[in-house]
Design a protein around this ligand. Sequence first.
Ligand code: BEZ
Length: 256
Amino acid sequence: MKWDSSLYDRQHSFVFNFGKDLLGLLNAQAGERILDLGCGTAHLTQQIAETGAIAVGMDASAEMLQDGRRLYPTLPLYEADAAKFSLADVGADVPFDEVFSNATLHWIPNAEGVVRSVYAALKPQGRFIAEFGGKGNVALLRKAARAALLELTGRDIPDTFYFPSPAEYATLLEKNGFRVEALWHFDRPTPLEGADGAANWLRMFGGAIFHGVESDVREAACLRAQELLRSSVLYSEGAWTADYVRLRVVARRMSQ
Ligand code: BEZ
């Protein structure tokens, strides 16, 4: 998927701003080796590095990494696939103390591939700390986009986001050698910027919704979905709020 990294940083900075909460759970210590999986433009990778930890970023998007390298030229940032990466792919020859991931895992349908790769990237007893969209995430936004597409194209196209329930994700982790130390599933209503906040959100993040849809139809669907949403709880007094639902997890890699 191609990303507009400057639009991401300009209008959707809440993605990494909310990630700051997760840094508290990570509680990085000087000298720890930490992989930031799905680092995007590397703002959080940089904050991890500022603790004195050895931070390495990885992302599947060349565009995001290009901006990250421009902003933070000393950070080691690698292009790699979260569902099948090895230590060598992220420039490492020894496993990490921690793998950290903010707002990335919902893009990757091969969740088992991710969990297995993270397991292999961690030391025994190493921690996996992640936050991403949980069951029910952006349900109204997705429903409106799907209805708009159906109206405009006659096609019913399900999205490919991965938004698991807590039980589903805990089971996946346990099956693959992790102990789940903590898990939260909670609402986070998220203000969107501007009079076209809902359409802008769909323009920026609709990649997993508008599969194979031509750009003019996609644009029309973003606007139509926004109109459908005007009578919903997402719109009030001229302001838009996205119906985010988070899944946050702390899991520890068990020994063999
Ligand atoms: C999220 O952070 O929950 C999210 C962001 C973009 C698309 C889907 C979900």
